[in-house]
Ligand binder design. Structure first.
Ligand code: DON
Length: 308
């Protein structure tokens, strides 16, 4: 049983403290459609494993979850391919930006982990190989495992990203040359851009990712999403690699496995206790939500509740 913490009161305190501090982040404009979002949005939702829910601000508003979705494509690919997946992509932190090309050349087209863009593109390649209709089957998997039938892609965001995804084109072509992409590069990138365009609210994110706090089972639907041992592996890759070259900083300050996206969303997991999602669109220099990181740091400090 979770001790009753008045999270809503804590969210209110945190947001009042931050309203006096400048948000030094900048919205992601390299995907033009993402640049249209209202930068002052702030949503927080925390759901405990015993079904208590705590919300703040814009927690019911849909936004582009971007790289947060890479956890879901990894989950599906792991279910289908099992441990052989790790011959195509590593589990080490990259220590470099999410869209960097540098390591890939030295490391013969094997991405460091499934959350940098190169790694998530390899995971999409695996899904294209294994599924007849990857876009539909990926969305069906997310709808079924979350219990939210309305989850969808945003074709506006996907098309916007497709038009300017020069780095992702460079990454996939380099990996194709090394033999680590088995399908047509445009087909794989199409799935990748659609994956990143998925929209959810903070509340929906907590419902979707709750299986990672509950040993692989979604306690709301009572459905097993993935095995206990793979749940452990996904959480550990989130802890080590979920924030790219800021993963150490997030573990140091927040102390939870988590995953960020350039839409300004962050999901963090306290295994056995809760799942929390924060959305604040302005990003720091590493591409992670500036305020989102601060909110989570303040939350785990005030509640003394991290995994360490
Ligand atoms: O491929 C991209 O650049 C984006 N669709 C995803 C990057 C992202 O979300 C990085 N996370 N903070």
């Amino acid at each position: 049983m979770i001790n009753k913490i008045d999270y809503e009161k804590i969210f209110f305190e945190i947001s009042s403290e931050f309203s006096e501090v400048d948000d030094l982040g900048k919205i992601a404009t390299y995907i033009p459609e993402l640049g249209k979002v209202n930068p002052s949005k702030l949503g927080i939702h925390l759901a405990t494993v015993d079904s208590q829910n705590y919300s703040f601000g814009d927690s019911d508003e849909l936004f582009s979850i971007q790289s947060v979705a890479k956890v879901l494509s990894l989950t599906l690919a792991l279910k289908i391919m099992g441990r052989d997946l790790w011959t195509r992509v590593g589990v080490e932190p990259s220590g470099s930006p999410f869209n960097s090309l540098v390591q890939l050349e030295y490391e013969h087209g094997i991405p460091r982990n499934p959350f940098i863009n190169a790694g998530a593109i390899v995971v999409c390649d695996i899904l294209v190989t294994c599924l007849d209709n990857p876009k539909k089957q990926l969305l069906d998997f997310i709808r079924k495992s979350s219990g939210i039938g309305s989850v969808n892609y945003s074709s506006k965001i996907a098309e916007s990203e497709k038009k300017c995804g020069y780095r992702n084109h460079a990454l996939i072509n380099l990996m194709k040359d090394f033999g680590n992409i088995h399908n047509d590069v445009d087909v794989v990138l199409d799935l990748y851009f659609y994956l990143c365009s998925i929209e959810m609210s903070c509340k929906e994110l907590t419902q979707t990712f709750m299986f990672l706090a509950y040993g692989g089972v979604n306690p709301i639907t009572n459905q097993r999403v993935i095995s206990l041992s793979r749940t452990k592996r996904i959480n550990s890759v989130m802890l080590m690699c979920g924030f790219y070259d800021e993963a150490g900083e997030f573990a140091f300050k927040v102390g939870l496995p988590g995953k960020s996206g350039v839409g300004g969303g962050i999901v963090a997991i306290h295994p056995g206790k809760f799942c929390i999602a924060v959305w604040s669109p302005k990003l720091n220099k590493k591409g992670n939500s500036y305020k989102g990181m601060k909110v989570l740091e303040a939350l785990t400090s005030k509640t003394k509740c991290s995994i360490f």
